[in-house]
Design a protein around this ligand. Structure first.
Ligand SMILES: O=C(O)c1cc(=O)[nH]c(=O)n1[C@@H]1O[C@H](COP(=O)(O)O)[C@@H](O)[C@H]1O
Length: 232
């Protein structure tokens, strides 16, 4: 079954509290059916209950907690997240972490996504962290390790989506943040790609937060992105 732009657009609810998130979800109405709840909202009072209720209301929810801890802690955390009824959960793409997450999610319907190299990083940032091989080589290494661990989806920049597809095979989800429509401010993102180009590169899902939730008219912003995706 082929996915529509509406199935592929994930709006990041990077907002300070549940009340603000409810306003945005209400305004976006039927136009958007897939939301991401990340640090800011998840750690706000009621944030995880909101994620659970949003999933129960029929929306798909991507819980973006980017777990990275010892295996036992990751396992227990993933088991608890699976009980919220969300569709996707991120972990950092370290082999031990990914294996623990995949083990814990087995049979639950929760898809584990491996965050390869954050879209806010470029080669100089990786060198500062002790990796001199550059972004592409590190993404490739982590995609291979993610597939070995049995992870179902990859988070990377859409700039690397073609390479990710070649390594991850036909079934993996390729979830790409750092999406910027023409003219939108990059902010702290360094590896940015426009919506249509991201799809052409092979991304299965586009994660967009500020260009929608910080827009004066979030519905108009989301519709413009969906139209661009439709034209891809
Ligand atoms: O895992 C993520 O969702 C993620 C991974 C990554 O490499 N880069 C990245 O920006 N994200 C998230 O995607 C969203 C992008 O937000 P905007 O830059 O406002 O569109 C944020 O909520 C980030 O936490």
């Amino acid at each position: 079954m082929s996915l529509t732009p509406r199935d592929r657009l994930i709006v990041g609810l990077d907002l300070p509290d549940v009340a603000s998130a409810e306003v945005v979800v209400e305004r976006l109405g039927e136009a958007v059916g897939f939301y991401k709840v990340g640090y800011q909202l998840a750690y706000a009072p009621g944030g995880l209950d909101f994620a659970r209720d949003l999933a129960a209301s029929g929306r798909q929810v991507f819980l973006d907690l980017k777990l990275h801890d010892i295996g036992n802690t990751v396992e227990k955390g993933v088991e608890a997240a699976a009980r919220l009824g969300v569709s996707m959960l991120t972990v950092h793409a370290y082999p031990q972490v990914m294996r623990a997450a995949v083990r814990a999610a087995a049979g639950s319907g929760l898809q584990i996504l491996a965050v390869t190299v954050l879209t806010s990083l470029e080669n100089a940032d990786l060198a500062e962290m002790g990796w001199d091989g550059g972004v592409e080589a590190l993404v490739e290494r982590r995609v291979r390790q993610a597939m070995d661990a049995g992870v179902g989806g990859i988070v990377a920049s859409a700039a690397e989506a073609g390479r990710v597809r070649a390594l991850a095979g036909p079934d993996a989800a390729i979830v790409t943040p750092g999406i910027r429509p023409a003219g939108a401010a990059a902010g702290d993102q360094k590896r940015v790609v426009a919506p249509a180009e991201a799809l052409r590169n092979g991304a299965t899902h586009l994660v967009v937060a500020r260009p929608v939730v910080a827009a004066a008219d979030p519905l108009a912003a989301a519709r413009a992105i969906l139209a661009e995706m439709e034209a891809a």
